[in-house]
Design a protein around this ligand. Structure first.
Ligand code: EPU
Length: 336
């Protein structure tokens, strides 16, 4: 198979942070066969996989092979009175898929509207927002193994989903590439989730349907989160930390208004945004690297920030949060 490898190109258009680093060798693949051929032809290259490039901070040039997944397509595998089972190519844009579901009145992903990135990346970090996680609609995904090009299917029980986590971020990190995802979506009457603060408020006076839920989510996200087309960012840069109950009680003594959510395993989830905000970081800026003024969890590139400058800022925040609250903040974004 003849493949069109490019050399020495800027990755700026391929990451939502808008970081300008160089890729030694680059290929956009539009099918699983092309992906397997690209792997076969470059057996000893280091690999960088890019989907929507929306959860990635590039801090240096990449001198291996960069593969951008651009396969497309949605196929209904089953259609019955209760719902549909649909297979979606990894290279489809996530929000476009959500819009397609809304147009067809297929429920399950409406709370996940406007999340940047591609379908193939969604299971890797079990994307979640406004009370819903990807795993609630996920049935399976197809992968290509990097060492030998073997195609496999992973069912939900194989994926070890957790909060912004899956087997693909852990045991299988760097081992395989997702090429498609199968979802189970509902037909009306849908199971609508308005549990998240803010959604109920936006829904007042509106009929309870998935289109209005998505509209509410889109409005809330647009009010708080910067549009990566306008200002480079990767959504939440940090995960919300889980802390033990006794540590939470000590913090609550000091900060009676600390927001918190109960979590499974008896731990307490604290919004990282609140920790960062309380330290006065909202709107903080070093050269072109900054903390977004409306949402302290989001780091932004005002124009020509280097990946290392964003990373330095993130590490400074980690250090200050540790010094002040004794809490270790973890990155949600992948750093290269
Ligand atoms: N808060 C502050 N300062 C801020 C922002 C928030 O103090 O600048 C406090 C408020 O008390 C607020 C609380 O933090 O009530 C939680 O904030 P928010 O509801 O905005 O949610 P989040 O915890 O900051 C998480 C996800 C988002 C997701 C929203 C909505 C993570 C790391 N982030 O944010 O996901 O959209 O909930 O469900 O879990 C993403 O992953 O890229 C992302 C945007």
């Amino acid at each position: 198979m003849v493949l069109n490898f490019l050399e020495n190109i800027s990755l700026r258009p391929y990451n939502t942070f808008g970081i300008d680093v160089n890729a030694k060798k680059f290929i956009a693949v539009s099918s699983t066969d092309e992906l397997i051929a690209a792997l076969n032809q470059n057996p000893s290259e280091n690999l960088l996989l890019i989907g929507g490039g929306s959860n990635l901070l590039l801090t240096k040039d990449f001198d291996g092979l960069t593969i951008k997944m651009e396969n497309r397509g949605m196929e209904i595998l089953e259609d019955d009175p209760k719902g549909v089972t649909v297979k979606v190519a990894a290279g489809e844009n996530w929000h476009d898929f959500v819009l397609w579901c809304l147009e067809n009145d297929y429920g399950g992903v409406e709370n996940l509207a406007l999340i940047p990135g591609n379908v193939g990346a969604a299971p890797i970090q079990n994307i979640g927002a406004y009370g819903v996680e990807l795993q609630s609609v996920f049935l399976s995904c197809e992968t290509v193994s990097i060492p030998d090009g073997k195609v496999s299917t992973f069912y939900k029980a194989d994926c070890e989903f957790g909060y912004r986590n899956s087997i693909f971020k852990n045991a299988l990190k760097g081992e395989c590439i997702l090429t498609s995802v199968v979802f189970r979506l509902t037909k009306a009457p849908h199971n609508i989730n308005t549990s998240y603060r803010g959604i109920g408020e936006k829904m007042k006076g509106k009929s309870l349907n998935i289109q209005n839920i998505a509209q509410a989510v889109i409005e809330i996200r647009s009010e708080k989160l910067p549009d990566p087309k306008v200002i480079g960012n990767s959504g939440s840069f940090f995960k919300n930390p889980l802390i033990p109950q006794n540590q939470f009680l000590e913090l609550k003594n000091q900060y009676p208004l600390i927001p918190h959510y109960p979590d499974s395993e008896g731990k307490v989830k604290i919004p990282a945004a609140w920790l960062i905000d309380t330290l006065g970081y909202k709107g903080y800026r070093v050269n072109d690297a900054g903390v977004h003024q409306n949402q302290a969890l989001v780091l932004v590139n005002y124009g020509s920030a280097k990946g290392a400058e964003i990373k330095n800022l993130a590490q400074e925040i980690q250090l200050k949060v540790m010094e002040n609250f004794g809490i270790a903040l973890e990155f949600e974004v992948n750093i290269l």
